[in-house]
Design a protein around this ligand. Structure first.
Ligand SMILES: O=c1[nH]c(=O)c2[nH]c(=O)[nH]c2[nH]1
Length: 302
């Protein structure tokens, strides 16, 4: 049976790079996990075994380290954009480069003297960025995001009025804990403009994170779906440069512990949590008129 080569891409995945910038005794760190995926005129390597157009994945890994030294890491998005631009403009065979970055956050450890060089990994939250540069069209796509941002409201959450069939056992509640782990990915309207180093990426990230947290905390919730929409629309409404955000919110259920066997009342004070199964609430929120482009399945993003 004849076969044909379909979509293909290659590059080094998960290059871990830690960049230390020394400002006298005060050090700064950026801790990244970088994955490169290159595509273009790569038929030969698959079909004939000729490597004449193949920039080794090893080289793409080396480039990550070299760029960290030469240009520093102003932001995950800026670093990814610089790499994507480099591969597409530097290699004739490469038409498109997609660079994914995970960033792990570190806080300073307070010390009696001036805080300088001691850090502690903060939380389980991971910042994400994905930059794709299509050389033929000169088109950029910049996605920013986060995963593992765990939040909880201990009241202002109800869930009732839902469909009941013969298998429904869930009791209605007028006051429950609402907890989730925010996984989000948002798309910037950015056309490149040679601003790979644009350091506003960090500020934009913090603002968006703040909107997500603010909307979660301030929404009186009748479902996690409603909270999700409030979070997404707050980001879109407050940020002219973001037209689309996708949210994936596992419902981290908290159940009231049964204290009746001990003769104790449980007035919404003692809960147990179960990590699985969990409700998984997912949706994209768009500016009116915008076209959806953020992948529906965020689990495969960095
Ligand atoms: O916020 C919720 N949305 C649901 O769709 C749902 N389903 C469920 O069992 N609990 C909840 N909670």
């Amino acid at each position: 049976m004849p076969t044909v080569l379909g979509q293909n891409q290659y590059g080094k995945a998960e290059t871990r790079v830690v960049r230390v910038t020394r400002d006298g005794p005060v050090h700064h760190i950026r801790d990244l996990n970088v994955s490169i995926a290159l595509s273009g005129a790569m038929d030969d390597v698959h079909l004939s075994g000729s490597n004449a157009r193949v920039l080794p994945t090893d080289t793409t890994k080396n480039t990550v380290f070299a760029f960290a030294k030469e240009y520093g890491v102003a932001s995950p998005e800026g670093f990814a954009a610089r790499l994507a631009h480099h591969f597409v403009t530097g290699q004739e065979a490469i038409g498109t480069a997609r660079v994914r970055v995970e960033e792990y956050a570190w806080d300073r450890i307070p010390t009696p003297g001036p805080a300088g060089h001691s850090f502690v990994r903060s939380g389980r939250e991971t910042r994400t960025a994905q930059v794709t540069f299509d050389g033929a069209g000169g088109r950029w796509q910049v996605l920013s995001g986060l995963k593992g941002l765990t939040v909880m409201n201990t009241t202002d959450s109800e869930f009732h009025g839902y469909v009941k069939d013969r298998y429904t056992t869930l009791p209605e509640t007028r006051d429950r804990i609402l907890a989730t782990e925010v996984n989000a990915c948002w798309r910037h309207a950015w056309d490149g403009g040679g601003e790979e180093d644009k350091d506003e990426w960090d500020e934009a990230f913090e603002r968006t994170r703040g909107h997500l947290l603010g909307a979660f905390a301030e929404t009186y919730s009748f479902s996690l779906q409603q909270t999700l929409y409030a979070m997404g629309s707050r980001v879109i409404e407050q940020t002219p440069g973001i037209d689309e955000i996708r949210l994936s919110l596992p419902n981290k259920h908290h159940f009231l512990a049964d204290l009746a066997p001990f003769g104790l009342a449980n007035d919404n004070e003692v809960y147990y949590t179960a990590d699985r199964p969990y409700g998984l609430i997912e949706a994209t929120v768009l500016r009116e008129g915008a076209t959806a482009a953020v992948p529906v399945d965020l689990t495969n993003l960095p």
